[in-house]
Design a binder for this molecule. Structure first.
Ligand SMILES: Nc1ncnc2c1ncn2[C@@H]1O[C@H](COP(=O)(O)OP(=O)(O)OP(=O)(O)O)[C@@H](O)[C@H]1O
Ligand SMILES: [Mg+2]
Length: 346
């Protein structure tokens, strides 16, 4: 079949530090952990029957695989061929989850962090040009704003694993001054929590993965609704620990930073629009699930008048859905005006 006979397969891709989401105009909606594993040695090759593994499959086989996270703080690790190769495998795998048929034209919109450099965008577009017929990269928080129809007098805050991206929506494609990337997000909270538990309970065996699990179950800021009591192992024996203080302190580190940046970001709006923008703040990304975060941000901003912070309805897929929505609503000939594009070199 010739490539033009069927409707193109349109994709929205949110390439995250910890997870990659893909959605298509044919109803695909899938997630893969942003991880690629290569066998450490010949035994690994024999056990695996493949040259590499992607996502959870790779994580489960960590003992005999070298694990690569091709994205660091949400962007491709710069000037690193192996990261580029791993990113290509990851994106190719994600596209596969959307089930393209032979002969399909594949057009994709990908989210990149607000601060991604031109070099980084070009590196990514070079990869996507080998995998899709047409691709465009756009700023991640802008995609989230597009998804929830908040393109004017709004602020989007995307709390991911590697970065917190903040974007002032002013009715146009956001420029560099309207976007801020903070390098404190979920991974940073995990690290702080891990260290606090190690310091306060030296007998407890704590790992980064365990700290992340505790956070994902109990994350909160502000006054606790209930105590955080967790069963852990101290010197090999099970025991329960009250980690309320540690969880709260770790989660609040990120909020302080967000509020500081919010206070500067608000000034990119005209003074007469600032009231409307402050009453229209939207949180997305995995970190937006921290309990009490909306209230704490608005309380810390109380000197600024009425500040309303809400969580988007579907924080995991908001960016990816926005990317797909953009791909479906914007005719491809206009893509170049909205983001950076590359055409197929397949
Ligand atoms: N219930 C929860 N409470 C707090 N944090 C959570 C919760 N669930 C997930 N997270 C955290 O959210 C982060 C993942 O969010 P998300 O998938 O938006 O990140 P990402 O897009 O992969 O990263 P980035 O946008 O930085 O590239 C992880 O740090 C994860 O631990
Ligand atoms: Mg993200």
């Amino acid at each position: 079949m010739k490539k033009t006979e069927r409707e193109p397969l349109l994709l929205g891709i949110d390439l995250g530090t910890s997870r990659t989401m893909i959605l298509s105009n044919r109803g695909a909606r899938a997630t893969v952990r942003s991880v690629v594993g290569y066998p450490k040695d010949i035994i690994g090759v024999k056990l695996m029957h493949h040259s590499h593994m992607i996502g959870e499959d790779a994580l489960k086989r960590q003992s005999y695989l070298d694990i690569h996270y091709p994205l660091e703080d949400g962007v491709l690790k710069e000037a690193n061929d192996q990261a580029a190769e791993a990113a290509k495998l990851l994106i190719k795998y994600a596209i596969g989850l959307a089930d393209p048929k032979p002969g399909d034209l594949v057009y994709g919109v990908l989210g990149v962090p607000a601060r991604a450099s031109m070099f980084n965008k070009n590196q990514l577009l070079k990869i996507t040009s080998e995998l899709m017929d047409l691709s465009m990269v756009v700023s991640e928080p802008f995609m989230a704003g597009y998804e929830i129809d908040q393109l004017n007098n709004a602020i989007i805050i995307d709390i991911g694993a590697g970065t917190t991206d903040m974007c002032a929506m002013k009715g146009t494609i956001p420029g560099v001054d309207e976007q801020v990337t903070v390098l404190k997000a979920g991974n940073y909270i995990d690290l702080v929590l891990e260290n606090l538990i190690r310091e306060n309970y030296p007998d407890v065996q704590m790992t980064n993965n365990l700290a992340r699990k505790i956070k994902e179950e109990h994350a909160f800021v502000g006054e606790p609704a209930q105590e955080v009591v967790v069963n852990l192992r101290a010197k090999g024996k099970p025991a329960s620990f009250n980690l309320t203080r540690e969880v709260r302190t770790a989660c609040e580190t990120v909020v302080t930073e967000i509020v500081e940046h919010l206070q500067s970001l608000i000034m990119v709006f005209d003074p007469e629009d600032q009231e409307a923008a402050l009453a229209n703040i939207h949180l997305t990304g995995g970190g937006s699930r921290i309990r009490g975060i909306e209230t704490l941000i608005s309380t810390m901003m109380k000197d600024y008048g009425n500040v309303v912070v809400r969580q988007v309805p579907d924080p995991d897929y908001c960016g990816g859905s926005g990317a797909l929505k953009l791909a479906m609503e914007l005719p491809p000939q206009y893509w170049e005006q909205v983001g950076h594009i590359s055409k197929s070199v397949k």
